[in-house]
Design a protein around this ligand. Structure first.
Ligand code: ADP
Length: 609
């Protein structure tokens, strides 16, 4: 009797264990994969095994006087549960080692049919039960059949494990293989010593238990899936950034030709005013396109966390003045009064990422100009200086009397690709990226942006940015001479390196007014060869070239004895921070395509004067 009580307790313990695992497993969100549904059925087989095992344990008590036929039926249910258990485990191990999971449905059906046929046979074949002091002892063909299927299944798993061990891609499946080995050992022990029959149930439940905590825990699986999804998303995002960067290059190259040739037309005296007007329209449209390409590039860099903060010293007054100059053409001939005020205590020299500061404020000013038809636009610069920490909190407001923004739209304002009042926007070009970029850049620099607006009356955007104070003294206004002294530059020798014939033609035309001696070559190798025999005053070098890129060509040029000619990177790769990148690579300066005349003049003045 002592033995029977122990048996009962053991089965009760197994039932509690599997019950607890099942509650946790079924109450959690699960993946909808075959492995998981197989495991779900596997758990149910375990529950059936432990319930029938427990009832059979109770049934042996002679006090209950349970008829023999009931015990036989219970025993058959127990055997069917055992059969399902081993077939499900075999399918599970078979499935995870399958290289090609396309035919899974077929295999599922095969295993199901074996299970149904096996169950029918167990029901038909004779079972003999005798109740002994040690418990229920069953014998007969149904028992032999069940054990035989167990043996075949384990043998099958063993063979597959040996054959397929190389296919097993993930280490996470190692526990299941160990469990298979464990099951085989137990089966051999029980078969050689049938009096140890009672350990079968706890062992089966133990296998389900270990499986749960090693490979079938929904949390672990969910994390694994999330990891896979994250890696895939990161890969896709990286591919997107690369695509956008390449696309920018591809778009900039033809744009270079369009802007270059249109500007050359503007310089010609033999063309009618109407033709020049068309040329100007082409330049304006191309510049808009360029802005869009740059916006997309910026947002993709921000998303890829590749936007870097590059600080340098700058004169804030010069920056704000230049912004005013840039926004005026955007206002055009609309009846708008543009007012700029700057506080007196603005430091003379600040340190920060000036190109981002410019970009942020230019976006706000451009929006004010775009979305205001009449009235005024105020550009107000204030600051709070903390001399002890050498920091200056710039707070800049851009206030307009434009169309304003509805309260419910304010939240959407900084979402990327989100444009508001689409119906009114149809005539105003934009991508809905400007404010998303503005906000990201501001926050990247530890700043803040806010907006107050009344629909129909106007909006005020405020930006707060902390910058380092370098000096309170206002430096002398830079007397940068942008007007070119054509006489002084006449005859200077310029080498242009670009693999694109059309870009060479553009460069040739853009440089024509300067009366240089221009040499055009279409590869790094040619540039090196010609630099060995001829002297030049400046080199304009494209970066993305086949075989030898611009940086490699520059390094080779620098190796030529006596070569100390300024080399300017000339590239369509115009992502934020690119100029620093090329300067660090050894270039003397950087010009992006399409070539901006103003910047070209600046470079020529700096290096050729
Ligand atoms: P875009 O100007 O390219 O559409 P933005 O991100 O710069 O994209 O702006 C998003 C939307 O916010 C605009 O479509 C516009 O409806 C609204 N908006 C931005 N600035 C102003 C402003 N100063 N006044 C009114 N509406 C504005």
């Amino acid at each position: 009797m002592q033995n029977i009580l122990e048996l009962l307790l053991l089965n009760l313990y197994a039932l509690c264990l599997i019950g607890a695992i099942s509650i946790v497993f079924f109450s959690k969100r699960r993946m909808k994969e075959i492995e998981d549904s197989t495991y779900a059925w596997f758990l149910m087989a375990n529950i059936a095994i432990s319930i029938t095992g427990l009832i059979l344990g109770v049934a042996v008590n002679p006090d209950f006087n349970i008829p023999n036929i009931t015990i036989i039926v219970l025993n058959k249910i127990y055997l069917i549960s055992l059969l399902s258990w081993i077939l499900l485990l075999t399918f599970y191990t078979f499935y995870i080692s399958l290289n090609n999971k396309k035919n899974t449905k077929k295999w599922e059906n095969i295993f199901f049919i074996i299970n149904v046929i096996g169950a029918i046979l167990i029901l038909i074949l004779p079972t003999k039960v005798t109740v002994e002091a040690s418990g229920v002892v069953a014998s007969g063909l149904s028992i032999i059949l069940t054990y035989s299927i167990f043996e075949i299944c384990y043998l099958f798993q063993l063979v597959r494990m040996i054959i397929d061990h190389k296919n097993l891609k993930s280490k996470k499946y190692i526990p299941i293989y160990l469990l298979v080995l464990f099951g085989i050992v137990i089966l051999v022990i029980v078969m050689s010593n049938p009096s140890l029959n009672y350990i079968i149930n706890p062992v089966l439940i133990f296998i389900a238990f270990i499986m749960y905590f090693t490979i079938e825990n929904p949390d672990v699986k969910m994390i694994e899936q999330l990891d896979i999804a994250k890696t895939q998303a990161e890969k896709a995002n990286k591919a997107k950034t690369e695509f956008l960067s390449n696309m920018s290059h591809e778009i900039r190259t033809p744009l270079n030709a369009i802007v270059g040739f249109s500007e050359c037309m503007l310089d010609r005296n033999d063309l009618s005013e109407e033709t020049k007007g068309f040329a100007q329209d082409i330049v304006d449209a191309s510049n808009n396109l360029l802005e869009i390409v740059n916006g997309i590039l910026d947002i993709s860099k921000i998303e890829a966390n590749k936007m870097e903060i590059i600080t340098k010293e700058y004169n804030p007054r010069e920056v704000f003045n230049s912004l005013c100059k840039l926004v005026k053409p955007r206002i055009g001939d609309k009846p708008i009064e543009f007012k700029y005020t700057c506080c007196d205590d603005l430091p003379g020299v600040l340190k920060g990422d000036v190109s981002k500061v410019k970009q942020i404020l230019l976006n706000l000013l451009t929006n004010a100009a775009k979305y205001t038809d009449e009235g005024s636009i105020e550009f107000i610069v204030n600051c709070i200086n903390r001399l002890d920490t050498k920091t200056c909190l710039l707070y800049v407001s851009v206030k307009d009397t434009g169309r304003g923004i509805k309260k419910e739209n304010i939240e959407k304002l900084f979402n990327k690709f989100e444009r508001i009042d689409e119906d009114k926007n149809t005539t105003i070009e934009g991508t809905g990226l400007g404010l998303a970029i503005t906000k990201s850049l501001t926050e990247m620099m530890g700043g803040r942006i806010s907006v107050a607006s009344k629909y129909g009356e106007g909006s005020t955007f405020r930006v707060y940015l902390e910058q380092e104070i370098i000096s309170m003294e206002i430096p002398e206004a830079s007397t940068e001479e942008i007007e070119i002294d054509y006489e002084a530059l006449k005859g200077k020798k310029v080498l242009v390196v670009d693999d694109s014939k059309i870009n060479l033609k553009v460069a040739d035309n853009v440089l024509k007014p300067y009366h240089f001696e221009v040499e055009l070559v279409s590869s790094g190798e040619e540039a090196i060869n010609i630099a060995k025999t001829k002297t030049f005053d400046i080199v304009l070098m494209d970066i993305m070239m086949p075989k030898m890129n611009g940086i490699e060509a520059l390094n080779e040029l620098r190796k030529i004895p006596g070569f100390d000619v300024p080399v300017i990177a000339l590239t369509a790769d115009a992502i934020e921070g690119t100029d620093e990148k090329y300067k660090n690579a050894g270039f003397d300066d950087y010009l992006s395509k399409p070539i901006d005349r103003y910047l070209l003049n600046k470079v020529l003045n700096k290096f050729l004067k």
